[in-house]
Write a protein that binds this ligand. Structure first.
Ligand code: SF4
Length: 514
């Protein structure tokens, strides 16, 4: 064997350069289900099932094309415990001339694999991950010399570069680059009504085997398996995209921030897992949405909102991660040190929004961006949860989370622990925001308008206390002026009462009684 190609769980791209440059007649692929996280923390059952099922279908596809695939299943007796250990075994057994792989989505793993190859005396070639649209060079050049990394400007450049929703003159179609103001509707008192369900893919024997394996061998892993309905092949991922564009894209923009009891998915695409495993090409998704606009099937605010998530935000956070790796994962700008409350895992809390949103995560390994950012992330920010604990929880429980994307979203966007690299201000809000965007508060024992007293919403008390504690920290941030002016209008006595309520909330949280 000349080249051993290591393919990780989130690298299932059949168009990857690392495969194109190899020859199935003389090179081989190595894959292990003992992936990078086993020793770091437990993973949601659906994460494991999706990863294993997608890997096994990928393996079958490669073998059909004549590839030799050395594959270690999760239940292999005496199997290697993680990807680097697996690689070491493979090198000893097959003695390849070199190793090749696509750049992993975790900086520390890349370093470990480099170390294994060096130790074993085998050269390693790491290919750029060309599934992404912006290369590291592109992002570095764009970021060079900028005081602030602002998504909006990065996104506009990508729109022009890829000619997406752009006129012949290089202007945005519809006259604006961003339709965010049209995309913040709630469902009002009547709720969302009927929203077309996503497709339920038929499970073939390979997927059923994996579900049985996770059910029996990973019975102690967090989360439930019953609602598993994720696409496990590129064909299923494309079918999921087509179904989204047909049935949910038209309303996606308007209601993308809205939440409702018992409705985890609403108008969201659920394509992030397929994108992040590399089952779905991002430009295929972008072009499908753009076509829906040109065909008058979906309005511009919906299509632009969807395009911005993929061509803008997804590429932007990956650029930020690699620009600042490896130190980025350890940032803690607000010196937050509280342990992650137990209810993030169990859902056992009488804060209705948190029991509902963490319940969605346990049931589906998923919640859309607003529960992540403005409910579960927001509580972590206001309460002062240690960002690394929060990031590990997020990466372990969400179907689409990998270090390159989880860290900027959780450590950066949600907790502001990166000190403002991905967001120019912390995303703070009181319980009133959650009340406006959902029906959670109407089923809750707390009152989102109150900051003091037994009925006071913990979010609202923590919100004012957070602003009070960090007045100095954010005093130079123009975008915080409005919120800081409001907290300064409160009297010392009011702030003292709020601080006392926050102490109660902290004590109750630690005791598991809230
Ligand atoms: Fe959440 Fe507060 Fe609303 Fe209860 S009142 S659901 S704790 S925001």
């Amino acid at each position: 064997m000349r080249t051993l190609i290591l393919v990780l769980r989130d690298q299932l791209d059949r168009d990857a350069t690392v495969l194109h440059e190899a020859d199935p007649g003389r090179d081989a692929v190595a894959m292990t289900e003992a992936d990078v996280h086993r020793d770091r923390y437990a993973e949601h059952k659906q994460r494991l099932a999706l990863g294993f099922a997608a890997m096994r279908h990928y393996r079958a596809d490669l073998r059909d094309d004549g590839w030799t695939v050395h594959y270690q299943p999760a239940d292999a007796p005496a199997g290697a415990e993680d990807a680097p250990a697996f690689l070491r075994q493979q090198l000893a057994e097959h003695q390849p001339e070199r190793v090749a792989m696509t750049e992993p989505g975790r900086h520390a793993l890349l370093e470990t694999i480099e170390g294994v190859c060096e130790e074993m005396g085998v050269p390693l070639r790491v290919h750029a991950d060309d599934h992404f649209l912006a290369t590291h060079d592109t992002f570095e050049q764009w970021a060079d010399g900028r005081k602030e990394l602002t998504l909006e400007y990065f996104y506009r450049e990508r729109r022009r570069e890829y000619d997406v929703l752009v006129t012949d003159d290089g202007d945005p179609v519809g006259g604006d680059w961003n339709f965010d103001d049209d995309n913040q509707e709630s469902f009002g008192a009547d709720g969302p009504g009927m929203v077309p369900e996503g497709p339920a893919f038929e499970r073939d024997a390979m997927t059923e085997d994996v579900l049985d394996l996770v059910r029996t061998q990973f019975a102690d892993a967090p989360g439930a398996l019953d609602a598993f309905r994720w696409p496990v092949t590129p064909a299923q991922a494309r079918a999921a995209l087509a179904d989204f564009v047909e049935h949910r894209l038209p309303n996606f923009g308007t209601y993308q921030d809205a939440m409702w009891t018992g409705r985890a998915f609403l108008y969201h695409s659920r394509l992030s897992c397929a994108l992040n495993l590399k089952l779905l090409d991002p430009m295929t998704a972008v072009r499908a949405a753009e076509e829906a606009y040109h065909d008058d099937h979906a309005p511009l605010n919906a299509v632009e909102g969807f395009v911005r998530q993929i061509l803008g935000w997804r590429e932007f956070v990956r650029g930020v991660y690699w620009l600042h790796a490896p130190e980025y994962v350890d940032r803690n700008a607000l010196e937050a040190t509280e342990d992650l409350p137990e209810f993030y895992w169990t859902g056992d809390t009488d804060m209705r929004c948190l029991s509902e949103c963490t319940g969605q995560v346990r049931e589906h390994a998923y919640a859309h961006h607003i529960p992540r950012l403005m409910v579960m992330g927001l509580f972590g920010l206001l309460y002062g949860v240690d960002p690394q604990q929060m990031n590990e929880w997020h990466e372990s429980m969400y179907i689409d989370a990998w270090e390159w994307v989880s860290t900027p979203n959780m450590v950066g966007m949600a907790l502001y622990a990166d000190g403002g690299t991905v967001g120019t201000k912390p995303y703070t809000a009181s319980g009133k925001y959650i009340n406006r965007m959902s029906n959670y508060c109407s089923h809750c024992r707390y009152d989102p308008d109150e900051a003091v007293g037994d009925e006071a919403c913990p979010f609202t008390s923590l919100y004012w206390n957070f602003l009070d504690r960090h007045q100095e920290t954010f005093s130079g941030n123009r975008r915080m002026n409005f919120q800081l002016a409001n907290v300064r209008r409160k009297s010392d006595a009011e702030l003292q009462d709020i601080a006392e309520r926050v102490e109660e909330v902290r004590a109750l949280t630690e005791a598991g009684e809230i």
